[in-house]
Design a protein around this ligand. Sequence first.
Ligand SMILES: [Zn+2]
Length: 405
Amino acid sequence: MERKIYKKSKSIKIVTMIMLVMIISSCGNKKSSLEDLQKVTTNTEDKSNNFASGLIANTDTGYYTWNIDKKHMMYFDNESEKQVILCNRPDCEHKYDADGSVTTDVKCNGYFSDEYSKNHILTYGNSIFLIKKVNKKGLYLTQIAEDGHYREELLCLTENTSEESLNNIILHRGYCYFAIESMKDNIAVSELYRVQLKKDAKPIKIDEIQGTSPIIMHIKGYEDEVYYVKFTCNSESLNNPLDAKMSYELKKYDIKAETISDVLDENIDDYVVDTVNNVLYYHRCGEAVYKCDLNTLQTEQIYSDNNLILCKLMYDGTNIYIDNLQTYICDGDIDRKIYAIDSYGNIVKKIECPVTFDKGIFECGDSKYLFNYTYDYWNYIGKDSLNQNNNDVITQEEWKQIEWE
Ligand SMILES: [Zn+2]
């Protein structure tokens, strides 16, 4: 008798489960599968150039970031200028508090366990991509639907499961480009790979660098070319960057010819390309910002400043942004300076970030907003502020913290 009751309740449970699944899939999910990446024809330009930190990425409708708990993906909507959890499950009971903490269960579409790296958010077409650590198998590029409801491990980037081995990754024109750092026969090596955005496609190595602290970084896609910087450093001065001999080589990979060439034989620590005018802007390590006509290779200095030892360069199609990264280079030095300049090197605006900015991250963003990230919170400011001529400075007070809807 007891056994019979047990059986009955089990079958009720199964029926309930099936009904629940049917309800979820009919109401919550707009689509049953992911966007076909081979059919992405618009929006194929890589946008990570505008969001180099990997902590924020955008599509045409909004921006994706992490909640302060680093477990929930947030969506910041262009129109409402508010953020929500990336979850539209009607039955989901996710809740958030004023302090930004979130209560959900693991079934919430916006929940991403520790298997997912929180260091690289990428977008391509209307899909989101994250790096997933699959136990004993490697790091997988994982595609996620724009509303968060569906996920799939697209391809294995590397069998190395250490998240730290992957420091730079972009998606550009149907391919993923990424650098892997590892030790091979006791020699440090950084390798650049390329793989098509296709189910189970296999990465192919296209370049590498060995030496002391070898890094392939600043991978940026520009039309039919992918630029990147190969870095090594002399071993004596790793603890004192100001004395270190840092070698930076700027390379470009021609996608159609599948060849690699030097861009300029100079010590370039960061750069941007204006593809409309075919101009390269770059910072020569320890020196100034230069402009190079890529047709004639004619070069001129356009901007210099004290303490411009290293520099993060950004470009949003209108202005070039210079961040002197001082609080990263010299501990205790608060002379962090961020400027927007025009193509002649004239200062358009000095950009002051919130007081707490300190070692925070500045992103020039897209055509709509500038962003900064400090102590787990994102701030933004409309690009209109750059065009107002009544003030030379964007002040600390002008920044707004991203709020909940
Ligand atoms: Zn939810």
